[in-house]
Write a protein that binds this ligand. Structure first.
Ligand code: ZN
Length: 474
């Protein structure tokens, strides 16, 4: 700790003259805040939708919500280093933010608080028991005009709340120490199962997983814990579409458990690269509680353990790349517009409207961001439902970085398959694109386009790439 070192030197050089004793006392008094090295602020806002509201995540739901099992929250952790570099990390108990909401929030946060897009990280927990989010999964449900208006009203109100939340976290900045550690829980299982008819969603105990539970603890100078940020790479889908009561699934249970067991602590969950991971076992509320308690217990254990101190400076970088889709033709969607599946007909009409405008959907904008805390911790944040291969490859590529690879960040525009998953096909690579209103599978370049952007933002944020690896294809 530089402050303590300075104080010790002052003692040995100065002897015990009155002036020096006074200076020493002043230095010691200043030491706790200097030793903190960061300032941190936390805030929260309730984002539970009015009931009844249409819920997102499952096409099979036939009616709006009929109650609230658990409130939904947006929470923010703001951090500033001694040089004034700032970052705000926002967690939301939502299926996924849309581009219209995230870009609006980022623009307004820029105007009001002077943060650029690299200094805010917006994450969604991907609960399938929350509200439909305006312009996310636009093909999932067929709503009438009145319900569409209600979804838009909630979405616009959500954006207002997120802007206010960021401001509240920045207003709360006060000296803090940051420390990081990693644990593990095992309830995530790879859900892509090879069958004679292709890959199907199920339980694949042999598929790739990432059971890492990263924990960032934020402590006040008096030793009290103010916030804990943690993550896991697993779909927040213990519960199925037969549940009509609003709740945060296992991630909501984990945050609620931590906040109950540690009064005064704000617990923020980040969804990592869980695009092809499901909780196991699942389909019961008791299991969502069990998984949530298991995750909370692991985070609690780490909070009580000796963690690695996080040092400044904060360096952030972000960019938007365009991910290309495989080639498609108008004829494909003219045919699909006569399909028996209404979801396919709705996707076809979106695509034909784009062709009619003379602007067929050939690619999609994609956010990539690095948030680096000195040499001790780096968040690599990616948009969309990112499959686990991206986390595993990033960690191989940057073995000297303490990397947390966060999926579901900013804009959840669709699944993000690796080249391996793209070639294997199945739900994450092909069918899910229907519900997201995208034209179809990505071009083969998707993984390399994203990793090229990862290398650029990591370099801008000061990270060294010392172990470049090949694509995830096997
Ligand atoms: Zn999903």
């Amino acid at each position: 700790m530089p402050a303590r070192g300075t104080a010790r030197k002052a003692t040995s050089r100065a002897g015990f003259g009155l002036a020096w004793t006074t200076l020493l006392a002043l230095l010691l008094a200043a030491a706790p805040s200097l030793a903190a090295e960061f300032e941190a602020g936390v805030a929260r806002v309730r984002i539970t939708p009015p009931t009844p509201s249409w819920m997102s995540g499952y096409a099979a739901r036939t009616r709006p919500s009929d109650g609230v099992l658990q409130d939904l929250w947006a929470k923010a952790l703001a951090v500033r280093d001694g040089e004034g570099h700032r970052v705000v990390i926002v967690s939301t108990d939502l299926i996924g933010l849309s581009r219209v909401i995230s870009t609006d929030v980022v623009a307004r946060v820029g105007e009001r608080f002077g943060l650029d897009s690299s200094q805010i990280l917006l994450n969604s927990s991907h609960t399938h028991c929350g509200p439909l989010v305006w312009q996310n999964l636009p093909v999932l449900l067929d709503l009438d005009a009145e319900d569409e208006r209600a979804v838009e009203t909630y979405g616009r109100g959500l954006a207002d709340k997120l802007v206010g939340l960021v401001g509240a976290a920045l207003d709360d900045l006060a000296p803090a120490r940051l420390a990081v550690g990693h644990g593990a829980v095992g309830f995530a299982v790879n859900r892509r199962v090879r069958t004679p008819e292709g890959y199907r969603i199920g339980v694949n105990p042999d598929g790739p997983v990432d059971h890492d539970v990263p924990v960032l603890k934020v402590t006040a100078p008096d030793g009290s814990v103010r916030a804990v940020l943690f993550g896991y790479a697993c779909h927040n889908t213990t519960l199925r579409g037969d549940v009509y009561q609003i709740n945060g699934d296992y991630a909501g249970q984990a945050q609620e458990t931590l906040e109950r067991d540690h009064p005064g602590v704000t617990a923020l969950f980040l969804m990592l690269c869980g695009g092809d991971q499901n909780p196991h076992p699942r389909e019961k509320l008791s299991l969502a509680r069990r998984h949530g308690r298991a995750l909370a217990a692991e985070v609690s254990r780490l909070m009580g353990a000796s963690l690695h101190p996080v040092r400044p400076p904060i360096r952030t970088a972000s960019e938007e790349v365009r991910l290309e889709f495989a080639v498609h033709t108008r004829g494909l969607f003219e045919e699909e517009s006569r399909h028996s599946d209404p979801h396919r007909r709705r996707r076809a009409s979106l695509m034909l409207a784009a062709y009619d405008r003379g602007d067929p959907v050939r690619d999609v904008p994609y956010p990539v961001q690095a948030v680096r805390f000195g040499p001790d911790l780096t968040f690599l944040a990616l948009g969309g439902e990112v499959v686990v291969d991206y986390a595993l490859r990033s960690k191989r590529d940057y073995p000297d970085e303490n990397l947390v690879v966060v999926g579901y960040s900013h804009d959840v525009m669709c699944y993000i398959p690796s080249r391996r998953v793209l070639r294997e096909e199945g739900y994450e690579a092909v069918e899910s694109m229907i519900y997201y209103g995208q034209p179809g599978r990505f071009a083969e370049s998707v993984e390399e386009t994203i990793f090229a952007a990862i290398r650029r933002v990591m370099e801008k944020a000061g990270a060294d790439r010392s172990n470049p690896s090949a694509a995830s294809v096997r």
